[in-house]
Ligand binder design. Structure first.
Ligand code: NAD
Length: 467
């Protein structure tokens, strides 16, 4: 059994001087050379490797995540992202030339430099406590920024392990972790930043964006879901059922991109429900609570919120529904609802609740999806190719997966982000580098060209104006 480090709030009175120190490191230019950034990424890689068991144990303690899920969605995810960034950083950081330059413009050597934004604040969410903190940090390091990381206090064991990794692996003058909840985050937001990268709920995102606007600080906001899944009568009910049930059972449904509700053609409903029951039995043959693969709700507050959602629902529970408060266990719960006002549909459940709402046809499904949220984080469609294309062309969303639940979010080189009220900005793959980079246009005017340039200087004689 590994010994997890303790989680301790950072004293608020130390925050200002810590941030000033991290800013001073950026201003010393030490993070600019690519060799420095690659070295830091390499150290982070080994920090992850050395603390793999602690990461697995912390995720188990915080959210009951199985070793396999932690490997897939936290440890392995971040290690792959580090390796990818190390391999590609030189290419990403290279100057770019503008397209279609004529001879005259070429003389000025126009190019885009990739400059680091500066000193950045990264605020993480609890559901993927390692991935959602380190993912943006990998981007910040690769871009040459210095950074302060504020992990979620709702996953305290993972937050403490992150602090250990950052402290032991990275240059302490450039990267640090501040621990805490609202008071500490508020104190952090009072400091000067060159970017704030926030992952979490839309409500808190609004607070962050307002605060950042006071100092014109750019933000990347990775916000919440209320994502629709649409299943037409032409869909394969078995595939749709298995894939959507998986999307609601991974991390016990505490996934920003999982479907919040499913709109299903009435004609396919009986077959879909039958296949959901089959998949449920197949995934958890000995019952869900006994399964070592199923996570827990992060804390009592979230458990009570979800419990109330189910109690307030007017729908009919078709599958699951059991809860165990002492174990923070909520069974994946499929509920047939008949109204958009149902408690399980109108708010983001962010848990293992799967309301399904029967509809007459695809047009009605698209209309309802747009009515509930016109810019969700994800849209998932099951049907013919043409139907899935129709869903894409008549909805908006941060990302989309056709014939699956949130597969698009698992491709490491595909940028990830929201749109409208589900977020602003994106990261992952090259987008993580771009997210913390200023694309700085530069020209260099040769001295010998002065003769040619004389036409721009006054007096604007009649001869010059004729040309
Ligand atoms: P949250 O908004 O409660 O907390 C996120 C972070 O904000 C935490 O670090 C927390 O300490 C901080 N925070 C909370 N209240 C604050 C305040 N008043 N002022 C300043 N900082 C504050 O979110 P959560 O419960 O950790 O995560 C759940 C939400 O996050 C869901 O809505 C989910 O959809 C969303 N989410 C989005 C993504 C994404 O990539 N788009 C990923 C994960 C989670």
């Amino acid at each position: 059994m590994v010994q997890l480090p303790a989680f301790e709030h950072t004293p608020i009175e130390t925050i200002e001087s810590t941030v000033n120190g991290i800013r001073a490191s950026f201003l010393s230019h030490k993070t600019r050379p690519l060799e420095y950034r690659i070295q830091q990424l390499r150290k982070l890689y080994w920090g992850m490797r050395d603390n793999r068991e602690l990461i697995i144990e912390a995720c188990k303690k915080d959210i009951g995540k199985s070793t396999y899920e932690t490997y897939l969605s936290e440890y392995g995810w971040c290690v792959n992202d580090i390796v990818f960034m190390q391999k590609n950083l030189k290419r990403f950081a290279k100057d770019e030339k503008p397209e279609d330059m004529n001879f005259q413009n070429k003389l000025f050597g126009p190019r885009i430099r990739k400059d680091p934004l500066g000193t950045v604040l990264i605020i993480g969410a609890y559901n993927f406590p390692i991935q959602l903190s380190l993912g943006p940090l990998i981007g910040a390091i690769s871009a040459g920024c210095t950074a302060v990381l504020k992990p979620s206090e709702q996953a305290p064991h993972a937050a403490a392990v992150l602090e250990k990794i950052v402290k032991e692996s990275l240059d302490p003058s450039s990267y640090t972790v501040i621990q805490g909840a609202i008071p500490e985050t508020t104190a952090l937001l009072d400091q000067k930043w060159d970017k704030v990268f926030y992952t979490g709920s839309a409500n808190v995102g609004t607070i962050i964006a307002k605060k950042a606007a006071e100092t014109l600080t750019p933000v990347t906001l990775e916000l919440g879901g209320r994502n629709p899944a649409i299943v037409t009568k032409h869909a394969d009910p078995r595939l749709a059922a298995r894939r959507l049930l998986w999307a609601k059972t991974l991390n016990a449904g505490q996934v920003c991109v999982s479907q919040n509700f499913t709109l299903i053609d009435r004609e396919l409903l009986p077959a879909f429900i039958k296949e959901l029951k089959n998949a449920f039995q197949e995934f958890y043959p000995d019952g869900v609570q006994k399964s070592p693969d199923y996570a827990r709700i992060v804390n009592q507050r979230q458990f009570q919120r979800l419990k109330k959602m189910v109690e307030d629902s007017k729908g009919k529970i078709l599958i699951g529904g059991t809860m165990d408060e002492s174990d923070l266990f909520i069974e994946p719960t499929v509920i047939q609802v008949d109204s958009l006002d149902d408690s399980t549909v109108k708010d983001e459940s962010f848990g293992p609740l799967m309301p399904i709402l029967p509809v007459t046809d695809l047009d009605e499904a698209i209309k309802i999806a747009n009515q509930v949220h016109d810019t969700p984080l994800g849209v998932y469609s099951f049907g013919t190719k043409a139907e899935m294309e129709k869903v894409l062309s008549q909805t908006r969303s941060g990302g989309a997966s056709c014939n699956d639940g949130f597969y698009h979010a698992s491709i490491p080189t595909l940028e990830f982000g929201g749109v409208g009220t589900s977020g602003a900005g994106a990261y992952r793959g090259k987008a993580s580098f771009d997210c913390f980079t200023h694309r700085r246009p530069v020209t260099t005017t040769p001295g010998w060209i002065e003769g040619l340039l004389s036409i721009r200087y006054p007096p604007y004689t009649a001869k010059k104006q004729k040309r």
